[in-house]
Design a protein around this ligand. Structure first.
Ligand SMILES: *Cc1c(COP(=O)(O)O)cnc(C)c1O
Length: 364
């Protein structure tokens, strides 16, 4: 018996998610030490001290189920962003939320719109529920929102937008997003995935929670995996109108967020100094990456995230492999239809130096 034959039609077309290579795996394979991983857009400063302390305090009490309503974390989010706790849905990472939203609003034959080169989880959840993918060709590697509008039809249920986008780093301004939302029919749900918003400059960052007041069909999704450094714990949140939040919370598994993730998120959302340090390092080091690429005539996509995607104009997999031997893990993105590019997460200065040196050696 081939069990794939009895899987739902969408699942039959799924391929396994290709995660960044773990440091331990490369250590085992090549027996090298001091490996630098710049492959999964993780926080180069490591786990925040504020969250560590919260976890220490909680370690004596892991016997009981977590608070299914995440009361305390919702209070902190509500206060920080001037929204109501009733607008919030907590997720086991924002990936969980992206999937939850699809389950809540779309089913077989419904259409879901997202961009070519957008976050790979959008096609993944679309296929998993056997909905219809409407992948819109990218414009300059980014979202072509006019083409999105033209693709909307009576079967359209959901639109995913990543801003900044992963893996390209493209960014849409508030004006562009606002202009777009004003033309989307209110029965179509728009998910604005802002996993990297903390890395954008304050003056250009979208005031997305304000957009919620104008657009009842909008859901903002945020992550604590990137700027906040909690990727290993899995926690994210969505903010929407209360009616949508209520629906998402009905579909959500009651204990999707674990106790340690909840207390860590409470701590780190109040730890502005940590996030500022992370964003500042990213700004400085991103400028170094851009200068490095310009100096060495490497094409790259302008990025507002904590990563940069470089175009080698030839299949990049051998460069990726050669970098592994130098102890540097970056991310091949052939799975996104970008076989000539590698995505590099912005690290600490010394990690980036190691990448620059390794890349020059590999290319020479
Ligand atoms: C990393 C990332 C996320 C966050 O995923 P988590 O599940 O919160 O770790 C969401 N969207 C995009 C575009 C991402 O790159």
């Amino acid at each position: 018996m081939q069990y794939i034959n009895i899987a739902n039609e969408g699942v039959k077309s799924l391929s396994p998610y290709q995660a960044g290579k773990p440091i331990e795996e490369l250590e085992r394979e090549l027996g090298i030490k001091n490996i630098v991983k710049l492959a999964s857009n993780e926080n180069p400063f490591g786990f925040p001290e504020s969250a560590k302390q919260a976890i220490q305090k909680q370690l004596n009490d892991l016997t009981r189920y977590p608070d299914a309503n995440g009361f305390e974390l919702k209070q902190v989010i509500a206060q920080k962003f001037a929204v109501q706790p009733e607008q919030i849905t907590l997720g086991n990472g924002s990936n969980d939320l992206l999937e939850l939203i699809a389950h809540t609003f779309a089913s077989e034959k419904d259409e879901i719109i997202y961009s070519q080169y957008a976050f790979i989880v959008y096609p993944l959840v679309t296929k998993a529920i056997n909905a219809v993918s409407r992948e819109i060709p990218a414009k300059n590697w980014g979202h072509d929102l006019d083409a999105f509008l033209q693709a909307i039809n009576p079967n359209t249920k959901l639109i995913y937008i990543a801003n900044p986008n992963n893996p390209t780093g493209n960014f849409l301004t508030e004006k562009e997003v606002d202009h777009f939302l004003a033309q989307v029919p209110e029965q179509v749900i728009v998910v604005l995935d802002e996993a990297y918003t903390e890395f954008t400059e304050e003056k250009e960052r979208l005031n997305s929670f304000k957009l919620l007041q104008k657009y009842p069909n909008l859901i903002i999704s945020r992550s604590l995996s990137k700027a906040y450094g909690l990727a290993g714990l899995r926690i994210g949140y969505a903010v929407s109108n209360p009616e949508i939040a209520d629906l998402l919370n009905r579909v959500r598994q009651p204990f999707n967020c674990n106790v340690l993730a909840l207390v860590s998120a409470v701590a780190v959302l109040q730890d502005d100094a940590f996030v500022e340090k992370v964003a500042e390092n990213n700004r400085i080091e991103m400028a170094r990456y851009e200068a490095f690429c310009q100096q060495h005539k490497l094409d790259y996509i302008q990025s507002k995230g904590n990563f940069i995607t470089i175009d080698f104009k030839r299949p990049a997999n051998e460069i990726y492999q050669a970098l592994l031997y130098e102890g540097v893990i970056v991310r091949p993105i052939a799975g996104y239809g970008m076989p000539n590019h590698l995505r590099v997460s912005i690290g600490l200065p010394e990690e980036n130096d190691k990448f620059f040196n390794a890349l020059l050696k590999v290319l020479s």
